[in-house]
Design a protein around this ligand. Structure first.
Ligand code: COA
Ligand code: AMP
Length: 625
């Protein structure tokens, strides 16, 4: 089979194609309806199949010869712990944790928020929810209390699972005070919070709401898998949109399991028993898909790494893990590769390790910039594969389908559309553009399995933001082009979303926070290109008249505000006071032009600009030493 045949099969007869892929998994009752549409016209895959994702990922393997194979390896340079769970051990831990949730009256369809550091209990908690058909919503540990509160109010969880603390390199981050603060801010109150007491910090508890994880677990009994429908939700994962309100991307069990399983071979060329490592965080979609679900559904060994690419203890950390566990494929974000390259440009640390198990390097989260790509190729002499995807899809939209056909790589391209995705480049008027013309990257409906079917409890927003711009298409929010060979080049977001060290953030959300400060009349936040983090936010603020505080103090206060409201991951460390923001005559802030100026790109003076001197002010800031 070559790529083009595989792709054409998926395009010409999607139902037969995905039905065939679904048979690689063990369903309780195989689906009869392969593709159906609901009353809103939204497509769902495998809606009437009966299954359980945790069963497919764990019990199935225990019953079919993998009971004693390593399922999950926890490697934590920050706490000095290494721990291996076989499939049987992981299944048993998950069944017990599911029992604990059941004791707290969590049933199918209930939401459970998981706000935890990268410890095995986070993975166990996710799979335990899946086991009883509860819908988990993992909130990245780097988010501050107000961000957590927004998610608590939107998902209305019955229970929140958390830990006393996490470790950031050498710093102990206490989660419990953040959780308490979030619950105080939120309108919705969970019935219970179950707190895993980390040995580094003991959380103060508020009984009867708060429950000690270890104590509760010691009293619970393992429970079996609850059958769910293919269209029942496995999880909600919040991601940044253009406003401060994140979008609850929903994932259905059936389509997700099928796409995960398919992608492990088709994209990553993994076989059951292989060791796969996604160096990410369970708080992000990469962590959901490729630390937890896909490797386990495929019978691989996965690695949960609690550390950084550098500093834990050095830039050789990733290669130490590769050697130690004989990793076959490593997947991480370009920012992590850039951090390693900066610290260890000659690969002196990497050369200390035996990397012979490693067959390929995968990158996603932002475009793999050609210099980093070249460095990886020259240094490791391995295939380096960029692939493009989003929280919304749960798996790659375009990739080099290495398990089907190893296609030549082009630097700066995420190769070709994955089977199931008909990608077209559309102009602003919705017309299809020809090869090499840059425009909006859109995917023809229906989307393949695993892609979102709505935004949690907000169908109008789902339709408005993704489906109504170009009827018949899903708009990705990214811009780019297809070349003459059908290779996709993703060039960046066309909206106000930025990507900071692989973390997707909303500049609009930051503006909402900055705008709340009493000294600020108006503001704009844009992404500035950054050699390490890809992008970093830069703020431009106009002060109200009569403000007495110094500009320096105000800027400092704004940085603190963003850190407290969103979290340190926002990396909001650069802002300027300006006399006025560049705007059109109708009052629209010219963010794109500001961004172009700040990134040293060529720009044309918008004909609709209200006051050209406002742009001059930004240019002057740029040329300031
Ligand atoms: N909990 C609490 N705080 C966190 C956190 C977490 N889970 N993750 C990050 N932070 C904090 C950091 O401590 C840092 O705080 P500081 O400003 O007080 O120093 C801040 O958020 C920014 O962190 P980060 O973006 O990680 O930058 P960094 O300069 O500390 O490290 C890299 C740079 C490149 C090493 C790091 O960003 C990295 O490992 N990136 C990979 C990201 C990734 O895998 N993304 C997944 C997408 S596939
Ligand atoms: P997230 O939903 O956090 O995974 O972020 C998705 C966004 O990250 C996409 O819409 C892109 O803007 C960007 N992105 C992810 N992978 C790539 C890639 N390989 N090339 C270019 N941009 C990417």
């Amino acid at each position: 089979m070559n790529y083009h045949d595989e792709f054409n099969n998926s395009k010409d007869n999607p139902e037969a194609f995905w039905k065939d892929k679904s048979t690689d998994l063990k369903w309780f009752k195989p689906p009869q309806k392969i593709l159906s549409q609901d009353e809103y016209g939204i497509h769902h895959w495998f809606s009437d199949g009966e299954m359980n994702t945790a069963y497919m990922a764990l019990d199935y393997h225990v019953d079919n010869g993998r009971a004693d194979q390593a399922a999950l390896i926890y490697d934590s340079p920050v706490s000095g712990i290494k721990q291996t769970f076989t499939y049987r051990e992981l299944r048993d831990e998950v069944a017990l944790c599911a029992g604990m949730l059941k004791d707290l009256d969590v049933i199918k369809g209930d939401r459970v928020i998981i706000y935890m550091p990268m410890i095995p209990q986070a993975a166990i908690a996710m799979l335990a929810c899946a086991r009883i058909g509860a819908i988990h919503s993992v909130v990245f540990g780097g988010f501050a209390a107000p961000e957590l509160a927004i998610r608590i109010d939107d998902a209305t969880p019955k229970v929140i699972l958390s830990a006393s603390c996490g470790i950031e390199i050498k710093r102990c981050i206490e989660y419990k005070p953040l959780l308490d603060k979030a619950i105080k801010i939120a309108s919705h109150a969970p019935n219970h919070c179950v707190i895993y007491q980390h040995k580094l910090a003991k959380a103060s508890m508020h009984p009867p709401r708060d429950i000690d994880w270890q104590e509760a677990l010691s009293k619970s009994e393992p429970v079996d898998c609850t059958p769910v429908k293919g269209s029942d939700l496995l999880y909600i994962l919040y991601t940044s949109g253009t406003t401060g309100k994140p979008k609850g991307v929903v994932r259905e069990n059936g389509g997700h399991a099928v796409a995960m399983k398919y992608s492990m071979k088709a994209i990553y060329d993994m076989n059951p028993g292989d060791v796969f490592w996604a160096a990410s965080d369970v708080g992000w979609v990469v962590g959901h898909s490729y630390i937890i679900y896909a490797p386990l559904l495929h019978g691989c060994t996965t690695i949960l790494y609690e550390g950084k690419p550098i500093m834990t203890p050095d830039a050789g950390a990733f290669w130490r893990v590769v050697e130690e566990y004989k990793v076959k494929a490593l997947f991480t974000a370009p920012t992590a590769f850039r951090a390693i390259k900066k610290e260890d440009p000659q690969a002196a640390l990497a050369n200390k390790y035996d990397l012979s198990s490693l067959e390929s390097l995968f990158s996603a989260g932002e475009r793999l910039d050609p210099p980093t790509y070249e460095w990886l190729c020259d240094t490791f002499k391995l295939p380096v594969i960029d692939h493009w995807w989003q929280t919304e899809t749960g798996w790659a939209i375009s990739a080099n389908m290495r398990g089907i056909e190893k296609m030549p790589v082009k630097a700066g391209s995420s190769t070709v559309p994955c089977p199931g995705y008909t990608i077209e480049i559309l102009g602003e008027d919705g017309k299809k553009l020809s090869a090499n013309q840059q425009g909006n990257i859109a995917v023809k409906l229906p989307l393949p399995p695993s892609c979102l079917t709505t935004i949690w409890e907000d169908m109008p927003r789902f339709k408005a933001e993704y489906l109504e711009t170009y009827p018949g298409y899903y708009v990705s929010g990214d811009g780019g082009y297809l070349d003459d060979d059908g290779y996709l080049f993703v060039m960046g977001r066309v909206d106000d979303v930025i990507n900071v060290a692989g973390h997707r953030l909303s500049t609009g959300g930051m503006e909402e926070i900055i705008g709340k400060h009493e000294a600020i009349a108006e503001c704009a936040v844009v992404g500035r290109n950054d050699d390490l983090k890809g992008q970093i936010p830069v703020g431009f603020v106009v002060l109200k008249n009569g403000i007495k505080d110094s500009e320096k103090d105000i800027i400092k206060a704004l940085m603190l505000l963003v850190r407290e409201e969103i979290g340190a991951v926002a990396s909001f460390k650069e802002a300027y006071v300006v006399k006025r923001l560049p705007k059109t005559r109708s009052g629209k802030i010219l963010r794109k032009t500001i961004r172009q100026i700040f990134n040293g790109e060529t720009f044309s003076m918008p004909s609709t600009i209200e006051d050209p001197t406002s742009l001059q002010e930004i240019e002057n800031l740029m040329s300031r030493p």
